[in-house]
Design a protein around this ligand. Sequence first.
Ligand SMILES: Nc1nc2c(c(=O)[nH]1)N[C@H]1C(S)=C(S)[C@@H](COP(=O)(O)O)O[C@H]1N2
Ligand SMILES: [Mo]
Length: 225
Amino acid sequence: MTRSAEDGLPWPLRRALEFDERLARGTFRASRRSPEFPRSSARLPRVNGSIGLDSGLDLSAWRLQVVGAAGEQARRSFTLDDIKALRRVEMTTELRCIEGWSTVVHWAGTRLSDLAAVTGSATRSGRPADPIGNADDLLSYAALETPDREYYVGLDMASALHPQTLLCYEMGGQPLTPDHGAPLRLVIPVKYGIKSLKRIGTIRFTDRRPADYWAERGYDWYAGH
Ligand SMILES: Nc1nc2c(c(=O)[nH]1)N[C@H]1C(S)=C(S)[C@@H](COP(=O)(O)O)O[C@H]1N2
Ligand SMILES: [Mo]
């Protein structure tokens, strides 16, 4: 399931990728922040990519599913109103696509780390995540996928719990449109846009490195920049 295209690479390239990965882990330990911009410089980004958005969206039936270490019996589900009841955060950051363009965008949503705190899903014990005081209790990864599972991304836990990693329901001061990932999308400015999954169906916290749509097609699994 997690067989990636990387596994077939000749060793010099593989070595280079492994080095990138070590570098990425080191960087996130230092909790690097992505630059923020004045809101007046924000624009609306183009629509880029519609994998996983093809099926019709029934907003009243949509739920965010959250699964932690305890597995299916601990599955939690959230309506959009449940998510909106969590602490609201706004930020103006750069959406940077690996294809070479970038746009400064204003976002509103809630931190993935706040959702993890509410559910206790990101830890082995089921307690709220405490990355500094109790790092050993953290699971290693977060796996996100669209409701139809066509598009999926994996995140290392440090990036998932980063303060600028948001579950967004507004873009440019307006509710998200379906093309941009309504009702709820990830925005993770410390990574390339490929990781900012639109229309989240499920978030799973796990110790097994998750499958990742673009990593399976030869891109770096971490995709930091
Ligand atoms: N479900 C889903 N999410 C996705 C994609 C996609 O094809 N499907 N494309 C990604 C890519 S490559 C980028 S650059 C951003 C673009 O977000 P935007 O369409 O809101 O500009 O979404 C990301 N999230
Ligand atoms: Mo992209």
